[in-house]
Design a protein around this ligand. Sequence first.
Ligand code: PA5
Length: 446
Amino acid sequence: MIELNFSNMMEEVLGEKGISERQIEALRGKIGDAHTQIKARTWPELAFIDLLYQDTSDIKKIAKYVRDNSDDFLILGIGGSALGPRAILEAISPFHNLKHKPRVFIYDNVDPRTLKNILLLVDLKKTTVNVITKSGSTAETIASFMILWDEMAKIFGSKASERFIATTDPDKGNLRRIANEKGIRALSIPPGVGGRYSVLSPVGLLLAEVIGIDADEILRGARDIHERCSEPEIWKNPAYVFGTLLYLMEREEKRNINVIVPYADGFKSFSEWFCQLWAESLGKLGFGLTPYPSLGTTDQHSQLQLWMEGPEDKVAIFMRVDDYGGDIVIPNAFEEVEGMNYLIGHALSSLIKAEEESTELALARVGRPNMTINIPKIDAYHMGQLFHFFGVATAFTGFLYGINPFNQPGVEEGKNLTYGMMGRKGYEAEREKVERAREKKSCWKI
Ligand code: PA5
C-alpha cells in the first residue's frame, strides 16, 4: 500500500514554519463538509470513483483486437486524454517501443513536425489509431483524427473504420456520431467523468491492456486505496491529510507552489499527469496551487538550490520507491581512487534512496516543508493507488477552497477563441475578439 509521510510538514520537525495539529483540528468543519460532498456524490463528476468497480471485458476484447492486428498503436488525444495513458506507459513499460509490439505513439499536440515523424515511423497498414476525446470536439484531437482518417482511407477505403478505436462520451459529440455512423469500435467515458479524472476509464485502461498490463489489477489497487481515502476521520485518510496540509501551507504560510519530485524516471510523465490534475482543477476564482514537475535525482543538480535558499513559497512532494524491480551493484572499479571507492559495493537503488532522504532532510533542516509518498513497487496495482489517491485528494482540496474542481472555464475560453480564428460556425464573435486583440498586439514590437 502506498503511504504518506508528512512529518516534515509539521511543527514538531519544522518549528514555527510547520503546521500544528491544532491548525488541522480547527479545519474539521470544512474537512467534514468536503467529506460529505464526496460521500454523497454531490457533484456528478465524482463518478470517477465509480470507475473502480467497472467491468473491463469490452476493454480487454478491444485490446486483444489491437494486439492481434497491429504493430503500432497511435493515440490521438490531449490533456486528460493523453497524460494518463502516457503516465501508465512510461511507468510500467520503460523503453517500450524498443522492446515490444505494438509500439505506442501518443500524439498530444498539433505540431506538424511531430506528426510527420510519427507517420514516417509507423506502418499505417499495421497501425490502430485510438482517438480519445471526451467532448468529441477538441480541435487538436479532431484535426489529427481527420488527417489519420484520410491517410487510412487512402489505404483501406471503406474499411478504414477497422483501423480506429474511438474513446469518447457514450452519447454526445462528433466523435461518437462518426463512430456510430462509420461503425468504428468504441469505448465509453462515463458522462460524469471529466478528462483529467478519466485515467482509470478506458482512456488509460485500453492502453494498459494493449501493452499487456492487467486493467483489473490497476483497479484493484485503486479500490484498496479507496478504502483509506473514504475514511471520514482526517487522521486516517491520506488523501485528506495531503490536501489539508497543502491548503494550510498556502492559506497560512503563503506557500502556493507544489513541486512534485519522483525519484524514478518512470514517474516523469506521472508528475506531468499530476500537474494537469492539480493546476486545472484548483486554479480558479483567484485561488490555486501551482504545481511543477521535477525529477530526482536529476533536478537536485538543477532546481534544489532554489528550493533550499530561494523564496519560501514551495512545498516539495517526494515520491520514493522501495523496489525498483531490478538493481545494479557498483563494482570494484578504481578502488585506489579516494573519492570514488566509497561507492563500491553499494546498489544504485541505495544511492538513489540515500539521495532522496538527504534532500528531504536538507530541506527540513532549513525549515522548508516537504512530504513523501512511499511506493512499494512500480506496478499496475500501485499505479492504480496513485491515480486514485491523487484524484480524491484533488477533489477534496477543491472543496476546501470552496471551488468547483471539475470545470475548466479558462481552458474553454481558449478553445472558443481558437474555433473563432479557424472559422468555426457559431464562433464569429470570438473571431472579432481575436482581431481586436491583434490590433493592440501589433503596436509594440522590437
Ligand atoms: O480535464 C479536462 O477536461 C481537459 O484537460 C481535457 O482533458 C482536455 O481539454 C481534452 O478534452 P477532450 O477529452 O474533451 O478532448
